[in-house]
Design a protein around this ligand. Structure first.
Ligand code: KE4
Length: 424
């Protein structure tokens, strides 16, 4: 008898490529049938067959408050009653923009879009338009969404499926994208030296979380800041994952390094489709209709999405203890997992990754040493115990406000039992 997820997956594959709307959901790198999720509450998700799983993805980051936060849901339901979309200005857009600008000093202006990809694509265009330069530097293994110029040695699903340089991306589209090594300032300095006065910006995940988690080495981010200043280039922090996650001010506050532009996604929408890019007024004033850098979007600032984002950020501002809770729960979990194995566990704040390699992972090359076949066995054993970990080695685990000590203790015990098998 097929499960409902199997039945739905069979139908899905007939009408959607790979049966999914985003590749990592297909379970291709870990095998098995993706679970079709019907509902979620707190730290749990429930599949089409009614099976409960402990959720460590949280929609890949947005659900920092857990599923079904009452204040977020109430705000969304109230907004729905007033209409779904107007394609016109709304107060909600202003409220969310003010929330960010009033609490994050280096964000003087912000533009809402509908995804992290759109935020990054727009920020890169702005950096090029503002500096009148063409080239951009990214880092191997970092993922910044699927816009053409970023699909060079990209992380996340691109890395998982071994297509870090996607088909269909023309040589022209990536001719101006330079790839450096994460945590290696010399590799960045060399690119600046060989491309004098041609580099518009450096874009970086201030904490890499799409090769699995790789934490910036001491001085790496401040070194990027210095190199950009010395070369008249902009520093862009892609905070789609770290924004409002490490602390309200994200990685820039956490590491006290100020970027020129920041991209957001995930938490800023509280589970609804919101991306954003923002930064210094002097730069942002180059964005259309004020300036010459064009960017637009039918559903940008959608009132329902804004309501979810406003409620999420307000909750985080009114309950700063959330960060202490999720960060210390993650620290406890990581400390206990490290007692169970010599595999590498990279951790920061409420993000971590268990790599199936015993070598340190500071960059793309290090992450690639992980035994992805072992990760697949681990993932499926965890799923058999109703624990839903990321279905790919090169992703992060997200701890949220709805996770409990009991959730974590059960998870640690399960990991211990699994690693005792032939997993060391
Ligand atoms: P979206 O277009 O998926 O909203 O955001 C793209 C993006 C940009 N920058 C960073 C640092 C990101 O992590 C992402 C997207 N993250 C992945 C998870 N690793 C999204 C999950 C998926 O692709 O289904």
């Amino acid at each position: 008898m097929m499960s409902l997820s199997e039945t739905l997956f069979a139908r899905a594959k007939k009408v959607m490529p790979g049966g999914v709307n985003s590749p990592v959901r297909a379970f291709q790198s870990v095998g098995g049938t993706p679970r079709f999720i019907r509902a979620a509450k707190g730290s749990k998700i429930y599949d089409a067959d009614g099976i409960e799983y402990l959720d460590y993805i949280g929609s890949w980051g947005p659900m920092i408050l857990g599923h079904g936060n009452r204040e977020v849901e109430a705000a969304v339901m109230q907004a729905v009653g007033n209409g779904l979309s107007f394609g016109a200005c709304t107060e909600q857009e202003v409220q969310l923009a003010e929330l960010v600008c009033q609490h994050i000093p280096h964000i003087e202006m912000i533009r809402m879009v509908s995804s992290g990809t759109e935020a990054v694509m727009s920020a890169l265009r702005l950096a090029r338009g503002y500096t009148h330069r063409d080239k951009v530097i990214k880092f191997a293994g970092c993922y910044h969404g699927h816009s053409d110029s970023m699909l060079i040695k990209a992380g996340s699903g691109a890395l998982t499926f071994g297509s870090p340089d996607s088909a269909g991306v023309t040589k022209g589209a990536v001719a101006d994208t330079l790839s450096a090594k994460y945590n290696d300032l010399d590799s960045v300095e060399a690119l600046f030296a060989h491309n004098k006065d041609k580099i518009a910006c450096v874009i970086v995940e201030p904490v890499a979380a799409n090769m699995g988690v790789a934490v910036p080495k001491e001085g790496f981010l401040s070194g990027l800041r210095e190199l950009c200043d010395a070369n008249g280039s902009l520093l862009i922090f892609d905070e789609v994952i770290t924004g409002f996650r490490l602390c309200f001010g994200g990685a820039s506050q956490f590491f006290s390094v100020t970027p020129d532009l920041v991209t957001y996604g995930k938490i800023i929408g509280g589970g609804m489709p919101v991306g954003a890019y923002g930064g210094k007024r002097e730069i942002m004033e180059h964005v259309s209709p004020l300036g010459p850098v064009y960017q637009a979007g039918t559903l940008s600032g959608n009132p329902i999405a804004m309501a979810a984002g406003i409620a999420t950020l307000r909750y985080l501002l009114n309950h700063p203890e959330v960060y202490d809770k999720i960060n210390s729960l993650a620290q406890y979990m990581v400390d206990e997992i490290r007692k169970l194995t010599t595999y590498t566990v990279n951790h920061i704040g409420s993000l971590f990754s268990l790599f199936f390699t015993k070598e340190a992972v500071y960059d793309y090359d290090g992450a690639l040493k992980s035994d992805t076949a072992k990760y697949a066995v681990y993932f499926n054993r965890m799923l058999q115990h109703n624990i839903y970990m990321p279905p790919a080695q090169f992703e992060a685990v997200f701890i949220g406000n709805a996770h409990t000590r009991d959730d974590v203790d059960y998870t640690i015990q399960t990991i211990g039992n699994i690693l005792k098998e032939d997993m060391q």
